[in-house]
Ligand binder design. Structure first.
Ligand code: FAD
Ligand code: UDP
Length: 370
């Protein structure tokens, strides 16, 4: 490979790297993408099994209120209108998510918004002394009270994150919508869906005409890779990039048990959460429902939270105060790195949805071209 043959070396063929590569290619830049996995797409990659797109690294539903982002992805591949209406199972009984009038009716028998609000006000009153919630438990109790917290949040959260809810930051739980209508749509966003034909179509469209090397770990030969391009976009783990100089950031991993079943419809919903601590998995995903796939088979995935260690996928950053402080130190080093850009959920150590990822990659591309 000739020296400085490329304008950009892009480390990681996930959504962030792919959007950036697409924009750079459109602007006539020469890009090389290297990816340690044997496929592109990062965590949005799908396996095709019996005509069903299986979300290999966890269920992915695109949702956004950003019209520019929605138009951007739909111009690459049409999306369907999949509306996420998950259920949650607690002690063998099913309830609707997000917390809405259907949930309150099943839980307390209340039928009107006024009755539900009165019930929740009564539940919250116990925690009125907490004015500034310091952790996830306090945030949840002040938001929904004890019944909802103990049934649907505490067990799920503690197994998901592998730590007590009192050690977790409040913001995690703010992600769950809470409403007083009979509306089971999990998201409040204006747009929602999955690419027709699966996420690989989106990634293939983004990377069309871009040179990609799979099974290629940047760290196996970083000097060689740094030498091939004028600039580097790094989308891997920021602590690894700096040789763990300030210590290792914590991540949470997942384990997926995926099964092909000779039946048409296993659970009648794409997503069912299991909120008891004693049930070891957090969610069961039935993939065919994302695209209403017609098949005599179905594919289901049991999602188990897992401790992170080398060799596993670092799915979630653990944004507690220790890690946030350590990340800020890495971020300072990154800002001082000439010719290297950092982006994506691993390099920015952030809990970013796909729309945030697309928006951030477009913003980074624009910022380097100002
Ligand atoms: P990644 O997808 O992680 O891509 C980074 C890539 O870099 C990977 O392919 C990795 O292998 C590669 N890489 C890392 N280090 C190296 C190296 N040293 N050398 C070469 N390659 C390297 N978002 C939603 O909007 N809706 C959802 O429903 C949703 N569900 C999710 C469910 C789960 C379980 C998880 C974990 C995330 C979910 N997300 C969801 C978030 C979504 O996955 C991310 O927004 C998006 O995938 C981030 O893209 P990325 O490119 O930043 O990261
Ligand atoms: N959560 C919960 N019960 C549920 C679903 C979610 O307590 O049935 C909490 C849990 O702490 C989780 C957070 O809400 O980590 C965010 O949930 P979301 O479904 O957005 O998680 P993701 O899909 O990003 O894993």
């Amino acid at each position: 490979m000739n020296a400085k043959q490329y304008d950009y070396l892009i480390v990681g063929a996930g959504l962030f790297g792919a959007v950036f590569a697409c924009e750079a290619k459109k602007a006539g830049k020469r890009c090389l993408v290297i990816e340690q996995r044997s496929h592109t797409g990062g965590n949005i990659y799908c396996d095709l099994v019996e005509g069903i797109n299986v979300h290999k690294y966890g269920a992915h539903i695109f949702h956004t209120s950003n019209k520019e982002v929605w138009d951007y992805v739909n111009n690459l591949v049409p999306f369907n209108r999949f509306t996420n209406t998950p259920m949650v199972c607690y002690k063998d009984k099913l309830y609707n998510l997000p917390f809405n009038m259907n949930t309150f009716y099943t839980l307390w028998g209340v039928k009107t918004p006024a009755e539900a609000q009165a019930k929740i006000a009564e539940q919250r009153a116990e925690y009125a002394a907490i004015t500034e919630p310091a952790n996830l438990e306090e945030q949840a109790l002040t938001l929904c009270g004890k019944d909802i917290y103990e049934r649907f949040i505490k067990g799920y959260t503690e197994k998901q994150w592998g730590m007590a809810a009192t050690e977790l930051p409040p913001f995690i739980i703010k992600r769950i919508p809470f409403r007083f209508t009979y509306d089971n749509n999990y998201f409040n966003d204006s747009y929602q869906g999955v690419p027709i034909g699966g996420y690989n179509k989106l990634i293939d469209a983004l990377l069309s005409g871009v040179e990609v090397l799979l099974d290629t770990d940047y760290f196996a030969a970083r000097e060689k890779w740094d030498a091939v391009a004028h600039k580097v976009l790094f989308t891997g783990c920021i602590d690894q990039y700096f040789d763990y100089r300030f210590g290792r950031l914590d991540y949470r991993s997942l384990r997926f048990d995926t099964r092909l079943l000779a039946e048409e419809n296993f659970q009648g919903s794409a997503v069912i959460n299991y909120s008891e601590r004693e049930v070891p998995y957090t969610r069961v995903i039935e993939h065919k429902h994302f695209e209403s796939a017609v098949s005599p088979y179905t594919v289901v995935t049991y999602e188990y939270p897992d401790d992170y260690e080398d060799g596993k996928v670092p799915y979630y950053p653990v944004n507690n105060s220790r890690n946030s402080a350590m990340y800020l130190k890495y971020k300072e080093l990154a800002a001082a790195c000439d010719g290297v850009l950092f982006g994506g959920r691993l390099a920015q150590y952030t809990y970013a949805d796909m729309d945030d990822t697309v928006e951030a990659a477009l913003a980074l591309w624009r910022s380097v071209n100002e």
